[in-house]
Each structure stands twice: as structure tokens, then as C-alpha cells.
Design a protein around this ligand. Structure first.
Ligand code: ATP
Ligand code: MG
Length: 758
């Protein structure tokens, strides 16, 4: 047929091709890592469009992260030979569910302008509910209640579906009651939390057959990636929608199920044939990603799990490097050695973006971040301490939310006294009380109360001024651009000034983040579009863009691949985590092992595992044992690297010195000062009792105080980073140069050349 000649099919193996061409009826692709599941899904989407089996708007495609959705959009575009329009229903479970809920919000008693609360808001609100119920919120924390509620929501359980016993773990059985009240409060606030998105969808579908029918008519094809990690609510949602066309294709790998702790049910994938009668199941066995050694190590490791289907994997990429296992002295040493390896890689002309460091817990990131900053090595934390979760960003968002709505109590409360306006906790409590008794929002109540003498003095005058500001901002926002408006609000509210006045070391970073925020907003046409995006970006950033090393948790690495993968911290208590070790059953440990399998199988060319003999855990040093997973790696695929030197303090001293030399050069190249080098110089005698020697091979010339520069004012010079420029002034070896392109910079004379000699 003509299909078989289509370009996008020619690169596929027969099983993959079958998975792409079997468009009608339920289909499960169950296969190991790197076998092309995601590629099959993408090609299938392209195939459906290419053959006009459906319009882009008739395809529902679910990915696990926003990043994956973006990638799929791009890949489909490539396959189709150009950008494709539409695909409005390609996204994460959450983003698609939010879209559906906006259309039908009134069916669950919400307005379509509902706000999506983040974890912080959720906990704030729960705390209020718990306190109002007269429960000791120190003993029964809002955080704990939030996890109970999330658990219920992940299982598709609304309060009315719970028995009285279900809340027994909270405040002597008051859990279910709190859950009910919390849901009521959300409704009053016209808000939902993450779990609600799917849950409300399910309620809407179940109670309104005509609405469901509408979606059945719409969605001709449904596609789901990473199916092994769907939870019950997601599964119920999918099944309801799939009942229409029955053309549902799921791909997944039971060995990569790593979200059990978040309610994912690997059973969903094992039950697929029962749930979707007449389903075709296709297995893929050829791995296209990794070398034989990487695949062998990963397969050997996962074989230690009892609870699995088991599958064969092979690759034509025979040989390659063995997986390395390296023991190091401690965390900082680990970071130092890995950084060295990365520099090595880069010096061979390979890109930083080829490299990923995958950690078990985000606390492991700090050593790396510090080291990278010191060395000036470009890196990016993917999905880590998220940009949008930082305090200053959340404050700014609260201002935007207040601008948008006079009923957003949580946002109003967050900023009413930030920056400080002299509105203390007592005043805020008074406002809340007024809001409750009058059944109106906090802002509305404030408007009433400032007309009375309930609140006096400074608090009253600042509240009045604040309300006038809000009125003005709302008026102005009718015409002004949303980014200008945001800047204006942050300025006029005194928020930006608050951080400028703050002498904390992190303040500058916060101000930078606020700038970054404005540019993030600029990517959207309206404030509403931006806010919708924000509430949905679980995995914030776009991932590695330019040449940057990716630093991320194993969980967020799912589905990705990198030529060079570092796997640090393979120690008992870190990986497997202490939590899994403390559990009685094997389930936790098996999930950790699957996580290890995910980690190794991200690598295309090289996978490098590390363990440290000493680890600082929550501030105190502990000696640690190598992870049991290391023992489980089949020896023929592993090479144990000798790092005996790591244990020798005097050799470490040499190494540190050399490292700082490099750090220094890099910092100079980038026109920055090098605090690491300065600190090192200060401490070197005390720590190592010796003089630093000349650092060879790095072209580093240390700045010598008092020595005059070789260059004179007015001379033209060349700098590798900044290009050509003219010397404006010289202070010892420090030159102030006006560069033609880069503008005025302070550089060291050791790093410039005479223009005439270039
Ligand atoms: P994971 O389980 O990690 O999500 P996956 O099964 O989704 O992996 P993909 O990411 O789709 O695997 O593919 C892994 C790599 O193999 C990708 O680089 C992909 O482009 C490549 N690949 C897949 N199929 C083929 C093929 N038929 N020919 C060449 N390369 C392929
Ligand atoms: Mg995949």
C-alpha cells in the first residue's frame, strides 16, 4: 500500500510499523526502555493525520509531562515535514482535564474562571479548615491531611464515596469531614486543586451522558504514553473517554513504573486486555538507545525484581564502554570528580547538553550546583526547586491573581501585608472573621471594614491605600500590556523595593527571578493565558536548551535520553532510599530498583555510577555502604574504577588546587571574580601547609598585587570572550576595557592579547 512507502514508516521495524498501522481498536505496546514506544506513538499520530483519519482536534494525546508534550508536538511536526496546526488535545492529564473543566465548570458548581491552587495554597486553606473545626493543627497537620486528600483523589474518591472509616487516621476519624468542608470551601472560592481536575471531569462524565457523548464524538483516537504510571483516577477518566471510538493506544513498560507512591497502579497496564476487550498487544524487543553493556547492566539489575512480567531486550549496538562504578571519599569529592569528567567530555568537543546527572533525592543536587557554579560550568536544574514555586514568584503571582479577581482570598491574604504595610495578624484575623460572617470574600470584606472603626490607625489607612492601588491597577489593566502592568504593580506596591532593601545574599537572585518572570509572561498574549500555563506547569522549564548539563531527579528523567549519564549517590539509605528500606514489604524496594533501571537506561553511550564512603545527611556526617544495586549489576558489564587517590588527603589537596586554578580561569574568561580561588588562597596554608605551585596547562596567571600591567591605556586588545576593545584604564594587572561589542568590562591583563598580535 502507499502507507508502507510513506517516509515516516520506512525507519521502523516490523513490530513498530504494525503498532503504527493498527489504528482501529484498542492497542497496547508493552515494551522495555528505549525500544521506541514514544517514537511509535508519535509516528502513529503523524500517520493518522497524514491519512486524514482524523483532524488534529479529534486526537487526544496524553503525555506525562509538559515537556514530553512539547517534544511530541515537535516530533510530529518533523515527521509530517513541517509545523502542524492545532493538536489542541495534546498535553498532560492535568492540562487536558483543566481544559475540559473550563468548558463545563458549571456542571460541578464552578465558574469557568476557577483558579487552580498549588500545594502551598492547598495547605493554607486546609489549615484554616482544620482550625475552624477545632482540631489541633499542630498535632494533625494540614500537610498530612493534604496527602490523605490527594490519595483519595488519585483513587477517584469524592467525599460521598468514602465510608466513615476511611478518615480514621486523621484526628480520630474526622478526616472525611475535613475533606467535605475543604471541598465546600473550594467551591465557595471558585477554586480547584490538582486532584480535582480529573475528579470533576469524571463526575461530569458520569452525571451528564450527553456531555460524555459529545466527547465520544469528538475524540476519534486516543493515545497515552507512560501508561504504567497512570493512577486510578486517570485510568477511570481515560476509560470513560475511550468508550466512544474504542481507538485507544497505550504504551508503557511495567519495569518503569515509579509513581506507586503517588497512587499509580501498574495493574492498569497488566489489566489492559481485560479492560479493553479485543485489544491487540504488541511487544518491542529491540532497543535503539543504548549500547550492549548499558542494556546488559540494566536488564541484569531489573531481573532481581520478583513482581514483573519479564521481557527480552537486545541491541545491535554491541560493545561500547562498560558501566563504570566508582567509589569516592564523600559528596564534595563526588561532585568534583564528576565535574572533571564533564570537562573532559567537553574538551573532546562534545556538548554539555549531552550530559545528565540523575539523583535520587533533590538534596543531592546542592554539592553539584555549588561545584558547577564555582567552575562556571553551564548547568540547569530540570524540574527541581521550581522557578514558579519560589517565594518571590508566588508573591508576584498573588498580585496578578488579585488583579484578576476580587474573590481570590488566598492570594489576597498572601500579599495584603507583603511588603509590610502595618497590617498585622490581628487585623488579618479580623478581616477573615468579617468575611466569614458576611459570606463574602476577604477583599470585599476589607472594603466594608475600612469604612468602619473595627480597624483603626495605621492598619486602616494602609488598607485603604492598598485598596485604592488595586482599583487603579484594575482600571489601568484594561488598556495596558500585561507585562507592563505586572512591572508597574510590582513597583508601585513596593514589592520590588522590598527586595532591593533586603540585604540577604539571595535578594539579588530574587530580583533576577522577578525579571525572568516578566519575560516568561511575555511569552503569552494575556495575563489569563499566562496564569493558566503557570498553574499547569508541573515540570516547569523547557529542559536543556542551549549547551547545559542537566541536573535532575531520576523521576523527572523518565522518557528522556542522554549520551552520558552520571548516577551518583548509590548508597544504602540514599538509593535505595531509607524509606524503602524501612518498609516491611518488598514493594518499596522493587520500586527503587525500577528507578535504578530507569536511570541506567537513560544512557546512550556511557553510564557512570558513584558511591561515597561518607555522606552528610541533614547536617551530620555518616559513613555509608555501597548500594545493594551495585552488587546486583552483572559483572561482565561493569568496570570498577579505582579511585584510591580519592582517599589520600594530600593528593586531594593537589587536586583542589588544580580545580581552583581552572575555576579561576573560567571565571576570568566570563569576566567574573572567582570567590572560590580567593577563598582557596586564603585557606591554603592553614589547610594544606604548602604553597600553591604554578598551575600548568591552564594558562592561568595569578593576579599579582602591585605588579604593573604589560599594557597601556589606549591600546587595542583582544579577549577570547569579549572580542576587541580599547583599554580605558589600568589598575595593576586589572584592566578596564571598553569592548566594541560587549561594552565596558574589567579584565585581567593575563587574559588579553595585543590586537596587533592576534
Ligand atoms: P522509554 O521507555 O525510555 O520511554 P521508549 O520506548 O519510549 O523509551 P523512544 O524514546 O521512543 O523509546 O526511543 C529510544 C531511541 O531510539 C530514540 O532515540 C529513538 O529515536 C530511537 N529509535 C526508536 N525506534 C527506532 C528505529 N526504528 N530506528 C532508529 N532509531 C529508533
Ligand atoms: Mg518513551
Amino acid at each position: 500500500t502507499t502507507d508502507d512507502q510513506a517516509d515516516y514508516l520506512s525507519g521502523l521495524n516490523p513490530e513498530q510499523r504494525k503498532a503504527v498501522l493498527t489504528t482501529e481498536g484498542p492497542l497496547l505496546v508493552l515494551a522495555g526502555a528505549g525500544t521506541g514506544k514514544t517514537r511509535v506513538l508519535t509516528t502513529r499520530l503523524a500517520h493518522i493525520l497524514h491519512n486524514r483519519l482524523a483532524w488534529p482536534s479529534q486526537i487526544l494525546a496524553v503525555t506525562f509531562t509538559n515537556k514530553a508534550a512539547r517534544e511530541m508536538r515537535e516530533r510530529v511536526g518533523q515527521t509530517m515535514g513541517g509545523a502542524i496546526e492545532g493538536l489542541p488535545w495534546l498535553g498532560t492529564f492535568h492540562s487536558i482535564a483543566a481544559k475540559i473543566l473550563r468548558i463545563h465548570a458549571e456542571l460541578v458548581g464552578l465558574k469557568s474562571s476557577f483558579t487552580i491552587l498549588d500545594t502551598d495554597d492547598q495547605i493554607r486553606l486546609l489549615k484554616q479548615v482544620i482550625e475552624a473545626a477545632g482540631i489541633d493543627s499542630k498535632r494533625w497537620t494540614a500537610r498530612y491531611m493534604a496527602s490523605l486528600i490527594d490519595g483519595w483523589k488519585n483513587k477517584g474518591l469524592t467525599p460521598d464515596r468514602l465510608g466513615a472509616d476511611d478518615g480514621f487516621t486523621f484526628a480520630d476519624g474526622k478526616g472525611v469531614e475535613i475533606y467535605k468542608t475543604y471541598q465546600d470551601r473550594l467551591k465557595v472560592l471558585n477554586a480547584v486543586d490538582f486532584g480535582d481536575l480529573l475528579l470533576h471531569n469524571i463526575t461530569i462524565f458520569q452525571k451528564n451522558p450527553d456531555v460524555l457523548k459529545g466527547f465520544h464524538d469528538r475524540f476519534r483516537y486516543l493515545l497515552v504514553d507512560e501508561y504504567q504510571d497512570t493512577n486510578v483516577a486517570q485510568y477511570l477518566w481515560l476509560r470513560l473517554l475511550a468508550q466512544g471510538s474504542n481507538n485507544v493506544c497505550c504504551v508503557g513498560d511495567d519495569d518503569q513504573s515509579i509513581y506507586g507512591w503517588r497512587g499509580a497502579e501498574v495493574d492498569n497496564i497488566l489489566r489492559f486486555e481485560q479492560d479493553f476487550p479485543g485489544a491487540t498487544v504488541i511487544r518491542l524487543e529491540r532497543n535503539y538507545r543504548s549500547t550492549e553493556h548499558i542494556l546488559g547492566a540494566a536488564s541484569g539489575l531489573i531481573a532481581a525484581n520478583k513482581d514483573r512480567l519479564g521481557k527480552t531486550l537486545w541491541t545491535e549496538d554491541d560493545g561500547g564502554h562498560k558501566v563504570t562504578v566508582t567509589g569516592v571519599w564523600d559528596g564534595p569529592a563526588e561532585a568534583r570528580i564528576i565535574s572533571g569528567e564533564i570537562e573532559n567530555w567537553a574538551s573532546k568537543g562534545r556538548s554539555y547538553s549531552d550530559v545528565a546527572i540523575l539523583v535520587r533525592a533533590s538534596r543531592q543536587m546542592r554539592n553539584f550546583e555549588e561545584r558547577f557554579i564555582q567552575l562556571g560550568l553551564p548547568y540547569r536544574v530540570v524540574g527541581g526547586p521550581r522557578f514558579f514555586e519560589r517565594a518571590e514568584i508566588r508573591d508576584a503571582h498573588a498580585y496578578m491573581r488579585v488583579l484578576n479577581s476580587d474573590t481570590d482570598d488566598l492570594a489576597f491574604e498572601r500579599i495584603v501585608n507583603v511588603p509590610k504595610r502595618g497590617i498585622g495578624a490581628t487585623s488579618v484575623r479580623k478581616l477573615q472573621q468579617a468575611a466569614r460572617t458576611m459570606h463574602i470574600s476577604l477583599e470585599q470584606a476589607t472594603r466594608q471594614i475600612v469604612k468602619t472603626d473595627e480597624i483603626r490607625g495605621k492598619a486602616r489607612s494602609s488598607l485603604r491605600a492598598f485598596l485604592l492601588d488595586i482599583d487603579r491597577w484594575r482600571r489601568e489593566s484594561q488598556d495596558a500590556k500585561h507585562t507592563d502592568m505586572a512591572e508597574r504593580i510590582l513597583d508601585q506596591s513596593g514589592y520590588t523595593q522590598m527586595w532591593r532593601d533586603n540585604k540577604d545574599a539571595k535578594s539579588q537572585g530574587r530580583l533576577d527571578n522577578l525579571k525572568e518572570l516578566i519575560s516568561a509572561m511575555g511569552e503569552f498574549d494575556t495575563l489569563e493565558a499566562y496564569m493558566e500555563h503557570v498553574s499547569l506547569v508541573l515540570d516547569v522549564d523547557s529542559g536543556p536548551q542551549d549547551a547545559e548539563v542537566s541536573l535532575m531527579t531520576l523521576h523527572s528523567a523518565k522518557g528522556l535520553e542522554f549520551p552520558l549519564v552520571f548516577l551518583p549517590g548509590w548508597e544504602e539509605g540514599t538509593f535505595p532510599s531509607q524509606r524503602a528500606l524501612d518498609e516491611s514489604g518488598l514493594a518499596g524496594l522493587e520500586e527503587e530498583r525500577r528507578l535504578a533501571y530507569v536511570g541506567i537506561t537513560r544512557a546512550r553511550e556511557l553510564a557512570k555510577i558513584y558511591f561515597a564512603a561518607n555522606r552528610q545527611v541533614y547536617g551530620s556526617w555518616q559513613s555509608s555502604l555501597p548500594s545493594r544495586f551495585i552488587d546486583e549489576l552483572p559483572i561482565q558489564h561493569v568496570e570498577v574504577e579505582s579511585e584510591a587517590n580519592q582517599y589520600n588527603p594530600s593528593l586531594i589537596a593537589d587536586r583542589v588546587q588544580e580545580d581552583f586554578g581552572r575555576s579561576f580561569k573560567r571565571a576570568q574568561d566570563a569576566g567574573r571574580s572567582s570567590p572560590g580561588w580567593e577563598r582557596y588562597q586564603k585557606n591554603r596554608d592553614r589547610d594544606f601547609g604548602r604553597q600553591p605551585k604554578e598551575i600548568e596547562g591552564h594558562a592561568v596567571r595569578r593576579p599579582a598585587k602591585g605588579k604593573a600591567s604589560n599594557y597601556s591605556v589606549g591600546e587595542r586588545v583582544f579577549h577570547t570572550k569579549f572580542g576587541y576593545g580599547e583599554i580605558m584604564s589600568a589598575d595593576g594587572t586589572k584592566l578596564t576595557v571598553e569592548f566594541d561589542k560587549a561594552g565596558e568590562k574589567m579584565v585581567l591583563d593575563g587574559f588579553v592579547q595585543r590586537a596587533s598580535e592576534v
